[in-house]
Write a protein that binds this ligand. Structure first.
Ligand SMILES: [Zn+2]
Ligand SMILES: [Zn+2]
Ligand SMILES: [Zn+2]
Length: 306
């Protein structure tokens, strides 16, 4: 859209350097879109340096695919120099494609919303016997979710993950095929919770936690075979034991870093949310974090005193 409007506008007076495209639009774009990537045309003997956006590569997908293959400038691709009118028509086609895709997405979003609503209703509004029994167990053990609008506070979570409460709760669902895995998982979480304090840990205790984490990882996978790994879980399973061995306690860790990273992760995910292809989206996100890592990672020396 912005590109189309740009072609229909006149050039701005404040100029930045144009690319080799005959109709470079960089000085017609609004300021916040003027930071555009450049590529070199791969046609032998051409090697013009062009903005992607001046060469018909408008979306993130188009740019990525082009730079993976061999991007060519528009004059080389089309065999002629396109006029501004040609370019507007070219952009129009691209906009139409996006419109069609948007419509498809909208339809599947609607379907999903309906499905979600149905599931929510089952969860929230159900008055079945199982739900009543579950609520009774929760209330009896001091973690009645109704008091705090469905979310449990710290003390309630502590109550919930006491072994006795877990057994009582699991008993409510004893006919479900997967309940044994869930029981083991909750027990592991309960044990891990009791280690989460500021005490100094012995070598044997750290070994015990390490074994517990292995078991937790296995049981989590059994209960949720398809879920992804959030950063917090990665830190816990991949780095917690090393951290404890080094500092002899879990108490020195902070949630601050992971909260910051979660915010960043969500931001980057939103930024690439328009990329439909999941594999490509993952590649782009990994690239983004790789760049950040390259800029900020200072290797093994990060906590040297001097
Ligand atoms: Zn340009
Ligand atoms: Zn070229
Ligand atoms: Zn890691």
């Amino acid at each position: 859209m912005v590109v189309k409007e740009a072609y229909e506008k006149r050039e701005r007076s404040s100029r930045i350097q144009k690319c080799s495209s005959p109709q470079c639009c960089i000085n017609r774009l609004p300021k916040k879109f003027q930071d555009q990537d450049i590529f070199f045309c791969s046609r032998p003997g051409c090697s013009s340096a062009c903005h992607f956006v001046c060469s018909g590569y408008y979306t993130i997908e188009q740019r990525h695919n082009a730079s993976q293959a061999s991007p060519e400038c528009l004059p080389c691709r089309e065999g002629e120099i396109m006029t501004v009118d040609d370019l507007v028509a070219h952009v129009d086609e691209a906009i139409e494609d996006i419109r069609i895709r948007l419509k498809e997405e909208e339809e599947s979003l609607n379907e999903l919303s309906t499905e979600k609503k149905e599931l929510d209703d089952i969860l929230q509004l159900s008055k079945g016997a199982t739900k009543k029994r579950m609520e009774a167990v929760m209330a009896k053990n001091g973690c009645d979710p109704r008091v705090y609008y469905q979310a449990l506070n710290g003390n309630q979570v502590r109550n919930l993950f006491r072994p006795a409460t877990i057994e009582e709760l699991i008993d409510v669902f004893k006919d479900h095929f997967d309940v044994e895995n869930l029981r083991l998982l909750m027990l592991d979480f309960g044990k891990l919770m009791s280690w989460s304090r500021s005490a100094i840990l012995s070598v044997a205790e750290i070994e015990e936690i390490s074994i517990l984490l292995q078991s937790l990882k296995r049981n989590l996978r059994l209960v949720h075979p398809d879920l992804g790994v959030i950063p917090k879980l990665h830190i816990m399973f991949a780095h917690l034991v090393t951290f404890m061995k080094r500092h002899k306690t879990w108490g020195k860790s902070s949630e601050q870093g992971i909260e910051g990273f979660n915010a960043l992760f969500n931001k980057v995910e939103r930024r690439y949310s328009t990329v439909k292809n999941l594999e490509l989206r993952t590649i782009l996100m990994r690239q983004y974090f790789g760049n950040l890592n390259y800029l900020f990672d200072c290797g093994e020396n990060w906590d040297n005193d001097d």
